[in-house]
Design a protein around this ligand. Sequence first.
Ligand code: ZN
Length: 318
Amino acid sequence: MQVKIMGSAAGGGFPQWNCACPNCRALRAGTFQGKARTQTQVAVSAEIRGEARTWFLLGASPDLRAQIEATPELHPRAHESGKGARHSPIAGAVLANADLDHVLGLLLLRELQPLRIYATKSTRRILTKDNSMFAMLQRVPDQVAWIEFMPGAQFPLLNPASEDSGLRCRSLPLGTHFPAFVSPPRRSQLAPLEASLGLIIESPTGSRLAYMPAVPGLDALMLKHLESCDAVLFDGTFWSADELIRIQGSGQSAYDIGHLPVSGPNGSLVRLAQLRHPRKIYLHINNTNPMLNQAGPEYAQVRDAGWEIAEDGWQFEL
Ligand SMILES: [Zn+2]
């Protein structure tokens, strides 16, 4: 399986348009030892040798148009487009939640391209019943096909022609909070376990990738799932629980908004230290997180603990 990290920042990207935190200021001033990042976006493909021809997106970020242009493997190929000029190696997307940073990119894929979108019933209802703009994805019969999956179940990823890509996906319930824009009446009709998921993608050879950009807490079962993976893309949103409060002067803690911080006695560095098998990579990193600064002690601490910090454009094979 090929894995592409097209974007690695949390919502807002790095730098964020209305943020003057030390990281964003230094990056704009050209004095930051670290890279700018677009909002988290990952793509996977089953092909191992030769060209990977069919890709699935994990989520669809608001930066998706630029991320596709920056990824030659995702460009349309004229010789496969038949009589017309339309083609895409992107076969579909798997949605882990209904957060804007995770689904807005779907609206950028509205140019009548056949796609399969995998989502829980709750996420599909939030997007297609309450937000009329998503009707742009279903203007013609062969455009987007929504495929509902149950939390915990494993399902195959098929291309729009219903051919099996060889990839399998399992979703794990991680949190019960729906996005703030979901109305209370709608919320009362939804299944809380479908609110926020981690995804485990398995290749035809049995290699496994965990995609967990928003993890409110960890239990023994989750640790077991992670240990069974070959690579873990894990929630690196905040360094500390009070990061936003300290930098902005007000706000919520990391835990309040569903993210286990990296540092601290209950942080992911400590909690995941016992993982031996998988390659461990932080992604979904907020612009305020000091580990983005490669000259700082936090960066050194994370790297010394055996973790990597994802950058846009990374690609690896599992
Ligand atoms: Zn900032």
